[in-house]
Design a binder for this molecule. Structure first.
Ligand code: DGL
Length: 266
């Protein structure tokens, strides 16, 4: 019950998920791992993302995490099945894709839904395969939007440049008549308001950080391992460290965090 929850991403994008968990489950202790040495995952091969994910799982398991949240769509699509097998009974593994697919099942039967994500996530076709299995007649259309992660990491959001890049991607026939757009990358909640504005409020913008947190909370309650009192301090670990990186974590986590460094390979 008192054990920490491990959360990881290629970098700081997963802090959007960590922040949602922190807000909904304030008694839980978080250990966040940002694999900044290997960022971005979205352009890497499936095998590379699997290797990084296993190494990170080792770090989180060694710290006694009861749950590992893969707060990254690219790693969720490449490494979830492998991590589940690897961790076995030592920890529950939760990804950001299954809670979203469940949400689509409950709310978007017989509708057209758009998805934007990294190249790794979109070319993996994981969302398509899982949505098809639902047999809910959901038409899913997806587009890789690889410029968004570097754009956001460089602090370009809520300005003219980010507006033009977002418009260039979304102004695509593919997205005609969609009811909802899945933000299939944990960096994208930072441009949620710009995307919402682009669609004039007529399309639901689905943010996996909130949806995954609801799923995690339900799991902790059902398994009787929800932490009832605050017992530990949160930790934020990265595989490569720069001061400017530490400064930008504030934008994602909404408060300043102190980063520790841990190499994945010596
Ligand atoms: N935040 C990661 C995701 O959800 C992507 C960032 C990256 O490409 O490393 O896919």
């Amino acid at each position: 019950m008192n054990s920490p929850i491990g959360v990881f991403d290629s970098g700081i994008g997963g802090l959007t998920v960590a922040h949602a968990i922190k807000s909904a489950l304030p008694n839980e202790t978080l250990i966040y791992f940002g694999d900044t040495a290997h960022l971005p995952y979205g352009d890497k091969s499936e095998a590379a993302v699997q290797a990084y994910s296993i190494k990170i799982a080792d770090v989180l398991l060694n710290k006694g995490c009861k749950v590992i949240v893969i707060a990254c769509n690219s790693a969720s699509s490449a490494a979830y099945e492998l991590l589940k097998e690897y961790t076995g009974k030592k920890a529950k593994v939760i990804n950001v894709i299954d809670p979203m697919v469940k949400y689509l099942e409950e709310h978007y039967a017989n509708k057209k839904v758009g998805l934007i994500g990294t190249k790794r996530t979109v070319t993996s076709n994981v969302y398509h395969k899982k949505v098809k299995q639902l047999r809910k007649n959901i038409e899913l259309v997806s587009l890789a939007t690889p410029l968004l992660v570097p754009m956001i990491e460089e602090g370009f959001f809520n300005n003219k440049i980010s507006h033009e890049i977002i418009e260039k991607y979304l102004n695509n026939k593919l997205f005609d008549n969609i009811s909802a757009l899945v933000l299939g990358c944990t960096h994208y909640p930072l441009v949620n308001s710009q995307i919402t504005k682009y669609f004039g409020g007529e399309v639901d913008i689905l943010d996996s950080s909130e949806i995954t947190t609801t799923y995690l909370k339900q799991y902790l309650i059902e398994s009787g391992i929800l932490n009832l009192e605050k017992t530990g301090e949160d930790r934020f670990i990265v595989s490569d460290y720069t001061e400017s990186f530490e400064a930008s974590t504030k934008i994602f986590f909404k408060e300043k965090v102190k980063l520790e460094k841990h190499l994945l390979w010596d």
